[in-house]
Design a protein around this ligand. Sequence first.
Ligand code: AMP
Ligand code: GLY
Length: 467
Amino acid sequence: MKVLVIGGGGREHAICWALGRSARVTEVVCAPGNAGIAGSASGSGKPVRCVPVDVGDLAAMVAVVEAERPGLTVVGPELPLSLGVVDELMRRGFRVFGPTKAAAQLETSKSFAKQFMQRHGIPTAAHAVCTSLDEVREELPRFAIPVVVKADGLAAGKGVVICQTRLQAEKAAAEMFSGALLGAAESEVVIEEFLEGEEVSFFALCDGKHAVALAAAQDHKRVGEGDTGPNTGGMGAYTGDGLLSAPMEQWLLKNVAQQVVDEMALEGAAFHGILFCGMMMVAQRDGTTLSPQRASSLGTPTLPMVLEFNTRFGDPETQAILVRLENDILEIFDAAIDGTADRLAIRMRPGASVCVIAASGGYPGKYASGLPIAGLDSVLDPEVVVFHSGTALKDGTMVTAGGRVLGVTAVSRASVRAPGSASGPGSKGGSALWDALGKAYGALQGISFEGMQFRGDIGWRALRDGL
Ligand code: AMP
Ligand code: GLY
């Protein structure tokens, strides 16, 4: 079967890579893809073919699908979902993986998502939806400081401001309404209670009726080590057995993901695709925030709260998840489309995985592009995959072409952790996560481009907790 993937970043590279390993896939096309995706051999031994398209142009995407006539189209990023690409392709009789425009509102409108959660008792921070600055001024005194101000629509990570004073909150809201912050004026701004805890990304596969747990991961959104500096699209992610306990996973599945699927169906917008639950795990003891693992080992209750929903795979979480997925990824897409997810057994390779992002110097601010990348062929470990987020070919040389450039991804060999023996990357008898980290950082040592930056502390929370 020919499969077409819409998008062109590291997440889409990982999806193409996983599709290439499927025995049923004969051809993978990525629109627009990138130079690294185009060069990568799929499992069927054929290189992925990239075709140009603007993912902000609905008619152009439909034209590519009409021209290629794939057996399945997989939509990666949120922008095409927000434009209704799934609805339009289904109307034309194509088979497509992803939620409709109405279902994707869980991500594309924060006020929709917050009101939905409130209607259905899904745990989330207290909030107020405001349509004017006067309303913001009226609502703010009800919230403690710090307080969170969020733009309603898609904002690529730039629409959330954590404010230390009410005056700062008012200013942030004013900038959202005027368009000074995001370029386009917002008609709605959400004021939200600040939550303190540990963030976990929980991914559920949904088929309109059922939600099944796919994986949990932890992203690292800040650019600097120790979670400092401005927010980015994500500087690295890891997955590991034990990131969430089995009872916690079941709780999230029942009280968040399945609840969303049931209520969306009742509201006439059946949800098919990936529901990415951005959770804040609130657990405190003696005024200190505890990780879910630590809280569970101390018997401290954890209160999981939804920070946000995304209606697609995460980037870079997907790179870390898919290198551990043992199912044929087509089974997953088919189950979501056909309503058979309840019959699917998700199998993940035991252990851990990590994706470390190599970004351009200056990112998430201004950065240069077109810089040659050296050492890509130095990565020989079969358990390391270098996914390309933003690369291009210039005169036959692979060069940088984005803020996030590469996602160096590794899976652990060690399937069983020797408790308490972890002492450093690659240490003998160390944990699965140390093993994966040792491979990823080892591979990164051989790769370079001018100004390259990466965080050296991906997974630090899990290592602290002995995962
Ligand atoms: P969102 O786009 O809603 O996921 O927000 C982006 C980031 O802002 C999250 O990953 C959190 O780190 C932070 N954030 C969002 N909402 C809150 C909140 N209510 N309390 C604390 N941090 C938040
Ligand atoms: N890694 C966060 C996201 O994909 O939105």
